[in-house]
Design a protein around this ligand. Structure first.
Ligand SMILES: [Zn+2]
Length: 732
């Protein structure tokens, strides 16, 4: 269809349906009218102009009367526009049609209007992104269950791990498998050193603290009880982007003392070791007492930084370098780079005057120290040899195990078999457009002082992004090369496989810390979600989130902007929520706000918090406290504004309509598509927690959209209606 025809049909269509919503059945009639309009151009134009004049007059009259939206004269100028007929668009049209409840006035309750019939059309117990998660898990499960022969290392690893996991948790194998694992756990215990509980002839000359710690590290242990090593991306105290931090362990023994005694009894008995249970109980009790003693030392949440050599001086008994070197892969590990990224802090446990790790080691009997470390390992391994039929009885558990254990291999399966890679490039463009919209919002702020404004803009401009996955995985075979160091064998048990996989992951993690890569190898990847990391100033969008039905590169631009665009704008908005605003363009904790700007920010935040606290949401039975979810409310508000600005920049004359929504104003469709992400079952049932991490879904539409003047204008909501309140909250 050419430009002129579109224009004519727009003019003509304004004669139709001044009040009612049209349905698609009228399309045939409409086309006929278009051709008449072209046959008699002069008459048509005159008629059209008269009609426009009437319409405009009517609009002014109705606008003055603050009339209801259905009384507005609609221009319907897109009547015969091209429609998107891809499978994804048809699904989207069907979703919009099925979920909406047009008996509801959109100006009174847009949530009901857009999502009123959601529950009639889904078995899903959450929002549609949750359903996507379930589908992705099923696809990965389907893949591993097919068990097709392949030369891909990562695929083979995935399939083998799944197979052995299923065998492990099959009822008939349970007992026998448990015994196998108990023997394997004992082999690892032997690799760590000599265990007092299992060795009648044990004496303190058998004890070497650093041998034990580095042997535990070689297996894959990060927490040792005495301390832990943890990878942190931009620790607030230092400036190195990725760090391996040595710090006190937050987690104490999580298994009850008696339970651990029972686990040890079984472990010893299967491995043919006789023991006096009274003595075992005493040993375990001593370890628990030591755990408590260490746990009682206060962990400062914001300690001053310390270098590795300062730490080494404070705790001379522990050879930290040697332990960390044990994590490295002999081939790929880069010690000289990793060495510069090891840090600690002046924690009481390490640097305290009287009671510190050094003094604890000095005064604790070697037997107790040795048992304590072994118990830390047994606590980890216990998960593999305890039997709990209830928790692990279904196959979804093993899908969960493989996707969390091998996130990149799982992602590769999904991308290769189900994903359109073009989606990533389009999403990446959307991020740039949204970032430009943020710069515009900040520039147009009526109250930000120049210094704050400049820092805010710098934060947007310098924000990093990972859309899907990073470049190093793009080359064919790249991931499989990384998997060459993971040598799994068909004869391995599930426990041995997991030990190898965990060791592999630690090696990969160390390589990640040593390198410039932005994709953390242990973070989950197969989830329909996107994240903003304030301490990295990084936007991370996961692949399943960029897939149908949430996104498709062939979606009309306004649809993509309303859906994925709005969500990404929300994530970017977290850079300026109550937490995000405390970090700067490289993720450092730094106050870049003037005092007046902070005061104004707080005042405006208060408005948002109160709005949610006072919002009546009958679909939720808990107490609504706006302060608890303020960061999300602010991100929603900013995200709405930025994505709308980006939407307004789209050349709508070139956009395709949606089937059954041919006549709909693109602005209206924009909001209706945006609402789909929040359609959800109500939370009034007992089984749902009262605790909210985000505002209720109803508020995320009715509350957030009612702050948008663009919404009220688009739906022509009368002033004072629920969706066009007299008082609004606004951030910038
Ligand atoms: Zn959020």
């Amino acid at each position: 269809m050419n430009e002129r025809d579109t224009e004519n049909s727009r003019l003509l269509s304004s004669t139709q349906n001044l009040e009612v919503e049209e349905d698609g059945e009228e399309e045939g009639d409409d086309n006929e009218k278009v051709s008449k309009c072209c046959i008699y151009p002069l008459i048509s134009i005159i008629i059209c102009l008269v009609i426009i004049a009437i319409c405009m007059g009517a609009v002014i009259v109705f606008w003055r009367m603050d009339s209801a939206p259905q009384a507005i004269c609609k221009t319907d100028h897109n009547k015969t526009r091209d429609v998107c007929k891809t499978a994804e668009c048809i699904t989207l049209s069907s979703t919009l049609l099925n979920w909406q409840n047009t008996n509801i006035d959109p100006c009174e309750d847009f949530y009901e209007y857009s999502c009123g019939r959601y529950q009639e059309h889904t078995l899903n117990d959450g929002i549609r992104a949750n359903e996507k998660d379930t589908i992705v898990m099923k696809l990965i499960r389907q893949f591993v269950l097919k068990n097709q022969s392949t030369t891909s290392n990562s695929e083979n690893a995935l399939m083998l791990l799944y197979e052995k996991c299923s065998l492990r948790y099959r009822m008939e194998n349970r007992h026998q498998e448990t015994e196998v694992i108990q023997r394997e756990v004992f082999e690892n215990i032997r690799k760590i050193g000599s265990w007092p509980i299992a060795d009648k002839n044990w004496n303190s000359s058998h004890f070497n603290l650093n041998n034990m710690l580095s042997n535990m590290a070689s297996i894959h242990m990060l927490p040792f009880g005495l301390f832990e090593t943890r990878v942190i991306e931009l620790y607030p105290m230092n400036t190195t982007a990725k760090q391996l931090v040595i710090r006190p362990t937050k987690l104490k023994f999580s298994i009850p003392q008696e339970e651990l005694v029972r686990a040890i009894r079984d472990l010893l008995s299967v491995n043919g070791i006789t023991s006096i249970m009274k003595k075992v109980k005493e040993d375990v009790a001593e370890s628990f007492a030591l755990d408590k003693e260490i746990g009682n030392i206060h962990i400062d949440p914001q300690p001053k930084p310390a270098t590795l050599s300062e730490l080494q001086k404070a705790v001379p008994d522990i050879d930290f370098e040697r332990i960390i070197k044990s994590y490295l892969n002999p081939k790929t590990g880069n010690w000289s780079s990793l060495r510069t990224k090891i840090f600690s802090a002046r924690f009481e446990l390490f640097f305290g005057k009287n009671n510190n790790l050094s003094s604890i080691i000095a005064r604790t009997k070697p037997r107790i120290l040795a048992n304590y470390l072994f118990l830390k390992y047994i606590e980890y391994a216990y998960f593999f040899f305890f039997d709990n039929t209830k928790v692990f009885s279904d196959d979804d558990f093993c899908t969960e195990v493989v996707t969390t254990s091998l996130p990149r291999a799982s992602l590769r399966v999904f991308v290769r078999n189900h994903f359109k890679k073009e989606n990533m490039a389009v999403a990446s463009e959307i991020v740039e457009v949204v970032k430009t919209a943020y710069v515009e919002i900040i520039n147009n702020s009526t109250w930000l002082h120049n210094s704050t404004r400049e820092s805010a803009i710098e934060k947007v401009v310098k924000m990093k992004k990972v859309i899907g996955y990073t470049e190093e995985y793009e080359r064919t075979g790249a991931l499989d090369e990384m998997f060459e160091t993971l040598q799994l064998s068909r004869s391995d048990s599930f426990f041995v496989l997991m030990t190898k996989v965990n060791r592999f992951k630690i090696e990969q993690l160390m390589d990640f810390v040593s390198s410039d890569s932005l994709l953390n190898p242990i973070e989950p990847l197969v989830m329909a979600n996107a994240f903003y990391f304030p301490t990295k100033n990084l936007l991370n969008v996961l692949v399943p989130f960029l897939d149908k039905p949430l996104f498709d590169f062939k979606y009309p631009r306004y649809v993509a902007m309303a859906g994925v665009g709005r969500v990404l704008a929300h994530e970017i908005g977290h850079a300026f929520d109550i937490n995000g605003r405390q970090t700067d363009e490289i993720g450092r904790t730094r106050d870049w706000w003037t005092r007046e700007d902070t005061e104004e920010y707080d005042r405006r935040s208060e408005c948002f918090a109160e709005q949610f606290t006072n919002f009546k949401d009958p679909s939720f039975k808990g107490k609504q406290n706006g302060t608890e979810v303020l960061a999300e409310i602010i991100a929603d508000a900013l995200g709405m504004e930025a994505s709308w600005i980006a939407f307004k920049k789209i050349n709508l004359t070139e956009e395709q309509g949606l089937i059954q929504f041919e006549d709909h104003d693109f602005g209206k469709l924009y909001f209706q598509v945006a609402a789909l992400d929040f359609c959800a079952p109500s939370r009034i049932e007992e089984r749902y927690s009262d605790q909210l991490s985000h505002p209720t879904n109803k508020f995320r539409i009715n509350g957030a959209f009612s702050n948008s003047r663009a919404f009220a204008d688009t739906y022509k909501c009368p002033v004072g209606s629920k969706m066009n309140p007299v008082q609004r909250c606004d951030m910038f």
